[in-house]
Design a protein around this ligand. Structure first.
Ligand SMILES: Cc1cc2nc3c(=O)[nH]c(=O)nc-3n(C[C@H](O)[C@H](O)[C@H](O)COP(=O)(O)OP(=O)(O)OC[C@H]3O[C@@H](n4cnc5c(N)ncnc54)[C@H](O)[C@@H]3O)c2cc1C
Length: 382
C-alpha cells in the first residue's frame, strides 16, 4: 500500500513492476523460503538472486552496482519483502547507508558493490548481553596498537552474524563510541548461531571478538563519533522496519481473507458476519494509516527535511498495525491458523522480532514523547 508514493507519476510504473516481480519471486521460491525459515537457515543463493535482480542495493548509486534510488524505493522493496515472505535486505540497506554517509573511497570500493549485489553479506555487531537499548553499558573495547586497533568484545542477537563476510563492530575507544568494518575471515572471531523466533531467514548469532587486529583504515567515521554514525543510519532504517511490518500485516490479512471468503460457517461465509467485517475494516485502516505515515517520511526525506520524528512515528504505527492485522487474521481463520509451521505463525513471530529489533516500541515512544513535550507547538499541541 503506497497511498502517497503511488500517486507520484514518476514512481507508479516502477512500483507496479517491483510488486509484480517480487510477488513472482515469492511464488517461485515459496517452498525453499518456508523450509529455510523454519530450519533457521540463511538461503544465501536466494539472497544472491535478489541481489542480481537489483533488490538489495536500493540506496546505492548505479556506479557501485545499486539501484540508485532513494528512501521511497527502499521502502517499497522492504514492504514487498514482508508482503511475500522473502529474505530481508534490511541489514544490507543499513550497511549501504553507513558506507555512503561515512565510508572513505577505499571502503566504498572494497565493500559497497558486493553488498548492493548480494555477493558480500553484511552484518552489524552492536548489541551485547548488557547493552541493547542503551550504549552506556557497552563493554566491547577498541584499543590502539601502533597504527592498528585491537578489538575485543561479545556481541549478541546479530542477524547474519555467522553468515556474513563483513561486520560493522561498535566498541568503546578512548575517544568514545567508535565503529569498524571488520573482515570476518580475520583471526580472533568466533560465531555461534542462535535461534530467534522470527526473521530466521536472516538468522541470529552470538559473535565473539578476541584481540582482532584491524588497520586504522577499517575505522568507519571519526573515532568517538559512533553515536552519529548509528543515528544517521537508524533514522532511515526505521522506515525499512516500518515497511516490512506493513508488508507482514498485509500478508497475514490477505491470506486470511482468501481463506475466510471461502469458509462456510452455518449457512454463511465467514466474511459475511458483520463482526468480522469490522475487524477487517479496523485492521485495514491501521495499515493504511501506517502506510501514509511511512510515505510521508519518504517524501519529506526526498525534500531534504529532518525525518527522525516521522520515521519513528511510522515505525510505531506500523508495529501497531501489523499486530492488529495478524491478530485479525486469527479471527478470520480460527483453528486453521493456530498451528506451528503455518504462515500466520511465521508472520506473528517476525512481527514480534521487528517490535524490538532496530529500536524497540518503547524506545520509539520515548522519542516521540520527548519531541512532543519539548516542542508542543510544532506538534500542534500549543
Ligand atoms: C531477533 C533479533 C535480531 C536482532 N538483530 C540485531 C543485529 O543484527 N545487530 C544488533 O546489534 N542487535 C540486534 N538485535 C538487538 C536489538 O537491537 C535489541 O534487542 C534491542 O535494542 C533491545 O535491547 P535488549 O533486547 O537488550 O532490551 P533491553 O535494553 O534490556 O530492554 C528490555 C525492555 O525494556 C524496554 N526499555 C529499554 N529501555 C527503556 C526505556 N528507557 N523506557 C522504556 N522501556 C525501555 C525495551 O524496549 C525492552 O522491551 C536484535 C534483536 C533480536 C531479538
Amino acid at each position: 500500500m503506497y497511498p502517497t508514493l503511488y500517486a507520484d507519476p514518476a514512481k507508479t510504473a516502477w512500483i507496479d513492476a517491483t510488486t509484480k516481480d517480487l510477488g513472482t519471486f515469492g511464488e517461485q521460491h515459496r517452498t525453499e523460503l518456508d523450509v529455510a525459515n523454519r530450519a533457521n537457515k540463511f538461503p544465501r543463493e536466494l539472497y544472491r538472486e535478489l541481489g542480481r535482480l537489483g533488490y538489495l542495493g536500493p540506496l546505492v548509486p548505479a556506479e557501485y552496482g545499486g539501484l540508485g534510488g532513494g528512501v521511497a524505493e527502499y521502502a517499497v522493496i522492504a514492504e514487498e519483502v514482508g508482503r511475500h515472505g522473502l529474505v530481508s535486505g534490511q541489514i544490507a540497506a543499513q550497511g549501504q547507508r553507513w558506507l555512503l554517509d561515512w565510508g572513505t573511497d577505499e571502503q566504498k570500493d572494497q565493500w559497497l558493490r558486493g553488498i548492493a549485489t548480494g555477493e558480500i553479506v553484511f552484518s552489524e555487531c552492536i548489541s551485547e548481553k548488557n547493552a541493547g537499548s542503551s550504549f552506556k553499558a557497552m563493554k566491547s573495547i577498541a584499543v590502539r596498537d601502533g597504527g592498528d586497533w585491537l578489538l575485543t568484545g561479545s556481541k549478541t542477537h546479530i542477524n547474519l552474524g555467522a553468515d556474513c563476510d563483513v561486520t560493522l563492530f561498535y566498541a568503546m575507544a578512548d575517544e568514545g563510541l567508535t565503529c569498524f568494518l571488520v573482515d570476518m575471515t580475520l583471526p580472533g572471531i568466533r560465531t555461534h548461531v542462535t535461534r530467534a523466533i522470527g526473521l530466521r531467514l536472516i538468522r541470529t548469532a552470538d559473535v565473539e571478538f578476541e584481540q582482532v587486529r584491524v588497520p586504522d583504515a577499517a575505522r568507519l567515521g571519526p573515532a568517538g563519533e559512533g553515536l552519529q554514525t548509528f543515528l544517521s543510519t537508524f533514522n532511515i532504517s526505521r522506515l525499512g522496519n516500518a515497511s516490512e511490518l506493513i508488508g507482514l500485516g498485509r500478508r497475514s490479512l490477505a491470506l486470511a481473507l482468501d481463506y475466510a471468503t471461502q469458509r462456510q460457517v452455518g449457512n454463511q461465509m465467514v466474511t459475511d458476519f458483520q463482526g468480522i467485517q469490522w475487524t477487517v475494516a479496523d485492521a485495514w485502516t491501521a495499515l493504511q494509516a501506517a502506510s501514509l505515515a511511512r510515505d510521508d517520511a519518504a517524501v519529506a526525506h526526498a525534500r531534504g527535511e529532518d525525518i527522525a520524528l516521522r520515521t519513528t512515528t511510522a515505525k510505531k504505527l506500523a508495529i501497531d498495525a501489523a499486530e492488529q492485522a495478524s491478530d485479525a487474521a486469527y479471527s478470520l481463520v480460527g483453528g486453521h491458523g493456530l498451528y506451528v509451521d503455518t504462515p500466520y505463525t511465521d508472520i506473528v513471530n517476525d512481527i514480534k522480532v521487528l517490535k524490538v529489533a532496530g529500536g524497540s516500541n518503547e524506545i520509539m515512544r520515548n522519542y516521540i514523547a520527548r519531541r512532543v513535550l519539548n516542542e508542543p507547538g510544532r506538534a500542534g499541541l500549543a
